[in-house]
Design a binder for this molecule. Structure first.
Ligand SMILES: Cc1ncc(COP(=O)(O)O)c(C=O)c1O
Length: 307
């Protein structure tokens, strides 16, 4: 398999990613004043392009940013960028991250309406997750840092400031885990650093409800649809530390991870919960249902290929 050359498009200028530059006075750099989306392709077919755009528009609205590109213009620019890579030749799936920053301006927190937004599209090979994360499972820990409250920085703003999640994952690594599961200010489970989380409690598949404050993951939504269609109920509800003590399975989900089983979860008091290697019976059912769901999606959307 050939390597995947990463290519970046900054406001229409396409170069190898290592040559791409953004000015230091860009507010994305100065203040994290930007929003982004990440999607993956299977072959050339983008997964959930329209749904990502809807979430992107919601992020823009939440930070009072006017988008200058339309969904179709962004798609055209993404296609141009993907075609500048060797993705179709090396047969690799692509990771696509598009960001819009509030643009370049003076050092002033208030974003003047005259600012012109900047877009950056990064295309690279899909993440090579450690195969052990699927064969055995990922180790999770609950860090001290709580997830940003909705009333302060809504986790549904998929923005350029991920310090809350960065702190969560740093603390999880210090605790010997691979990733974190963050609680909100009320002590309820929200999500992992860049993925959503599901548990099995008393044989029921449960995931935090929206009021806990987490990004509305598109993989999470697809999993709910796929499971319900196959008669596996998914309950969205508050999950407290007491509930965690009764969990028998756990997995995390995102566009690039798909369904990744958890091997363990460290609680704040140091107790470590263990889950079945490679995922228990429910997790394995979810993996199968999600894979079938994606296969059906791809079969029905071949015409959307970006190659
Ligand atoms: C904080 C956070 N939660 C959840 C997710 C999972 O979202 P999705 O399934 O749309 O990839 C992500 C991934 O972008 C994320 O950054």
């Amino acid at each position: 398999m050939n390597g995947f050359e990463s290519i970046t498009n900054v406001d229409g200028v396409i170069t190898p990613t290592s040559d791409a530059r953004v000015p230091v006075m860009d507010r994305g750099f100065l203040y994290g004043d930007s929003i982004y989306e990440v999607f993956r392709t299977y072959g050339g077919i983008p997964l959930f392009y329209d749904e990502h755009w809807t979430r992107f528009e919601n992020s823009a609205e939440l930070i009072h940013m006017e988008l200058e590109l339309t969904k179709d213009q962004m798609r055209d620019e993404i296609c141009r960028t993907i075609r500048a890579t060797n993705a179709s030749k090396c047969g690799r799936d692509a990771y696509v991250r598009y960001t819009v920053t509030r643009g370049e301006g003076p050092v002033d927190l208030f974003p003047s309406p005259e600012l012109v937004t900047r877009y950056v599209i990064i295309v690279k090979g899909l993440n090579d997750w450690n195969p052990e994360f699927y064969r055995v499972g990922v180790c999770l820990a609950i860090p001290e840092t709580r997830r940003n409250p909705v009333s302060a920085l809504d986790p549904n703003i998929k923005g350029g400031n991920y310090l809350n999640n960065v702190l969560g994952v740093i603390q999880a690594r210090e605790l010997g885990a691979d990733d974190c599961v963050m609680l909100n200010d009320s002590g309820l489970v929200t999500e992992a650093s860049n993925s959503n989380v599901f548990f099995v409690i008393d044989d029921v598949l449960v995931t935090p409800g929206e009021s806990a404050g987490h990004l509305r993951g598109l993989t999470k939504a697809a999993i709910k649809t796929a499971c319900i269609a196959r008669d596996l109920d998914v309950v969205s509800r508050d999950i407290s530390l007491d509930d965690l003590a009764n969990t028998t399975e756990c997995f995390i989900t995102s566009a690039t991870r798909e369904v990744m089983p958890a091997l363990s979860l460290r609680l704040p008091d140091g107790q470590i919960l263990s889950y079945p290697e490679g995922g228990g019976a429910v997790t394995r059912r979810v993996m199968e249902y999600y894979k079938d769901f994606i296969d059906t999606y791809l079969a029905g959307n071949a015409h959307l290929s970006m190659f």
